[in-house]
Design a protein around this ligand. Structure first.
Ligand code: SME
Length: 153
């Protein structure tokens, strides 16, 4: 599997955001862009911070759980710790929430606005150990563009 060209993906994301930076269309197309651009994934999308839990946002893939408590699962952990969670084997992650039983590895990246986590980007794969350090760097770039350019309310 080739490492995705995150520079090109992020340029495409910027072109989409420039058409309308409101978070609903931007994140809808952001999930579709990741879905088209990354190999061997079975879910790509966003959860929003709403009060004391995460709530499902725009995504591509199978129907997913709607609410995730802070600190629960990979997404809730990424939010609580405010750090990327790169999980080579989700079955070994305490409290992993299995929305799709096909998922074997996962990466979750926090997204910030005004110094707070406002959302997380979540990508699942049916392969074990699907996500590399290059994916982490590329997705941090992707998330920082969302942080800096979107209109969040
Ligand atoms: N696996 C995630 C839940 C979200 S689904 O993967 C879409 C978790 O453990 O937080």
């Amino acid at each position: 599997m080739q490492t995705p060209n995150y520079k090109f993906i992020t340029e495409q994301l910027l072109a989409l955001i420039q058409q309308d930076p409101y978070f609903v269309p931007a994140l809808s197309n952001a999930s579709a862009l990741l879905w088209e651009s990354l190999e061997d994934i079975n879910w790509a999308g966003f959860y929003f911070v709403r009060e004391d839990q995460l709530v499902l946002g725009p995504f591509q893939g199978k129907v997913a759980c709607i609410h995730i408590q802070k600190g629960k699962g990979v997404c809730g952990t990424a939010w609580e710790k405010d750090e990327v969670q790169l999980v080579p084997n989700v079955h070994e992650f305490p409290g992993h929430i299995a929305c799709d039983s096909a998922s074997n590895s996962e990466i979750v990246v926090p997204i910030h606005h005004q110094d707070r986590v406002v959302a997380v980007l979540d990508i699942d794969s049916p392969l074990f150990d699907r996500f590399s350090a290059e994916d982490r760097e590329g997705l941090l770039l992707f998330a920082s563009l969302l942080s800096e350019t979107l209109i969040w309310e």
